[in-house]
Design a protein around this ligand. Structure first.
Ligand code: G4P
Length: 284
């Protein structure tokens, strides 16, 4: 999905999310476990404000498990509820209901004390594009695709999807924008495939990715591209990878675009293993 957010789009997205928030008890905020801060909307805390929320670190299967643990502690220290998730395989899914009940315990107890008959928890999935919202909705809805129909008092038709007996999910997620005005954030989003390569310069994204790998996962970089040592300068590093992988143009010149495409494709398809692009405490 190409992201083209203009102020008008942002205002509209925000309005749509705010409307949806009125209908629900809890927000499931999806972030990318490989970059949990860069893949959040910059205004999410303000937009969601008082609604109870669970942060789902999705694509945890692609993230460095040690760093995902650090993120879980990070959110816990901030008094926020977070869970790792792999929406594609469904790993982590069964933790969502018990945690939702815990987060909403006070509200549910209060309703019960008033004699209100228990009803399903109403939830909304929110996140930036490509973070796995549709995948998660489809996963959750799989067991029971029966829709419960529109609720009265809603201007735009909202459909609810039953997830077992205890959760009802709005079938369209809340889509918000990432912090792409920050260049480093942009590179991280591009490397993970959250934004299209055409938005930023392909070779710039790869320079970021190779420098990141050199600093954080040097052994994997060496192993993948058969490097004895990692050249200190970026151009020789490109050249060595290009030579080893035959990314050359006629006349023996290095094809930097082809090399970039290869490196990015291999990172995204986990040929260099599970990678996390930010860890708690780093400036973003
Ligand atoms: P969105 O609604 O938030 O925009 O995201 P969507 O569900 O379309 O997911 C974006 C991509 O991320 C999809 O891949 C999807 O399969 C993948 N994805 C979602 N959740 C996970 C996860 O937990 N782990 C992994 N590894 N991948 C996940 P795609 O390449 O766009 O499509 P496809 O591979 O499904 O064909």
């Amino acid at each position: 999905m190409a992201i083209q957010w203009f102020p008008g789009h942002m205002a509209k997205a925000r309005r749509q999310v705010t409307e949806k928030l009125k209908l629900i008890d809890i927000v499931y905020e999806l972030v990318d476990a490989r970059l949990p801060l860069s893949s959040r909307n910059p205004m999410i805390d303000e937009i969601v404000s008082v609604k109870p929320r669970i942060i789902l670190l999705n694509k945890a299967d692609m993230a460095d498990p040690r760093i995902t643990k650090e993120w879980l502690s990070y959110f816990k220290e901030k008094g926020m509820h977070a869970l790792p998730l792999d929406a594609q395989s469904g790993k982590g899914l069964k933790e969502i209901l018990p945690l939702s009940k815990l987060v909403l315990k006070e509200k549910l107890d209060r309703l019960e004390a008033k004699g209100v008959r228990p009803r399903a928890i109403r939830a909304l999935i929110i996140g930036i594009p490509n973070v796995g919202k549709s995948t998660l909705i489809n996963r959750l809805a799989k067991k029971n695709m029966a829709k419960t129909g529109d609720r009265p008092g809603v201007t735009t038709a909202q459909q609810w999807v039953k997830v077992g007996k205890e959760i009802e999910l709005l079938d369209t997620p809340g889509i918000l924008w990432p912090k792409f005005e920050d260049q480093l954030v942009g590179y991280k989003l591009a490397v993970t495939g959250a934004i299209k390569d055409t938005i930023l310069n392909l070779q710039d994204i790869t320079v970021y990715a190779l420098n990141f790998l050199r600093e954080n996962y040097p052994e994997r970089l060496k192993e993948r591209y058969g490097l004895e040592e990692i050249p200190e300068e970026i151009v020789p590093l490109f050249d060595e990878i290009a030579n080893r992988r035959g990314c050359m143009m006629s006349g023996g010149m290095v094809d930097y675009d082809k090399t970039s495409e290869l490196v990015l494709r291999e990172i995204r398809s986990e040929k260099l293993g599970a990678l996390s692009f930010e860890r708690p405490g780093e400036e973003i």
